[in-house]
Design a protein around this ligand. Structure first.
Ligand code: PGA
Length: 218
């Protein structure tokens, strides 16, 4: 299976979200083949809009974060157990959150544990081998900071070289993220070493996401 994670970050208003879904649901997703799973990670207010609009077994829905707290007096937080049954995946530890919200490895470990307890698969983002990889996590997304949003995707050779330093277990999927677009996605998606891509900017265009998914066809 190849996983394509669309991370929309803090983009879209309601009208734009509707337009995106309208366009995407008109595309022939069946052309992508059987071995592709697309994981859409919208901003929280659009979760149900996205799940309701796209009923296709190859599409899953994820969140971009969960709280490191359990339910309680934490104004503004969304805990993983609130999302149990609502989403299948959660992006956790994205470098933007590590930087802007000072997320530590300890907080990230709690988020991963809470997600797993709520039957949600964490997609743990790491910036390199110095970020901790927790053993029960099945999806590890390597996202070198200099490649994110810069247009400078890391070469497949370099990505594989980093993967070899991570000592992943056989049941951990390895995903690459950083300036992936339709033009370069097949480099990663056709490699046996890479189980998927985590894509930000390019996925704001539904045609571009579709083209990325098509490039995973074998
Ligand atoms: P990008 O973002 O595809 O826009 O580089 C990737 C990410 O930050 O997840």
């Amino acid at each position: 299976m190849k996983y394509i994670v669309a991370n929309w970050k803090a983009h879209f208003n309601t009208t734009e979200m509707h337009n995106w879904l309208h366009t995407f649901s008109g595309l022939p997703l069946n052309k992508c083949g059987q071995n592709v799973e697309i994981i859409l990670c919208p901003p929280l207010p659009f979760l149900s809009l996205v799940s309701d609009a796209l009923y296709d077994p190859m599409i899953k829905v994820g969140v971009q974060n969960v709280s490191h707290f359990e339910q309680g007096t934490h104004t503004g937080e969304v805990t993983a157990d609130m999302l149990d049954g609502v989403v299948d995946y959660a992006i956790i530890g994205h470098s933007e959150r590590r930087l802007e919200y000072h997320e530590t490895n300890e907080m990230i470990e709690k988020k991963c544990e809470s997600a797993l307890n709520a039957h949600i698969q964490p997609i743990l983002c790491i910036r390199g081998k110095d970020d901790v990889i927790f053993e029960h996590v099945h999806f590890v997304a390597y996202e070198p900071i200099e490649a994110i949003g810069s247009g400078n995707n890391m070469s497949i050779e370099e990505v594989i070289a980093v993967k070899k330093t991570l000592n992943l277990s056989p049941d951990q999927n390895f995903i690459y993220g950083g300036s992936v677009k339709a033009e370069n996605a097949s480099e990663y998606l056709l490699s046996d070493e890479i189980d998927g891509v985590l894509v930000g900017g390019s996925t704001l265009d539904p045609h571009e996401l579709f083209a990325i998914a098509l490039s995973a066809r074998t």
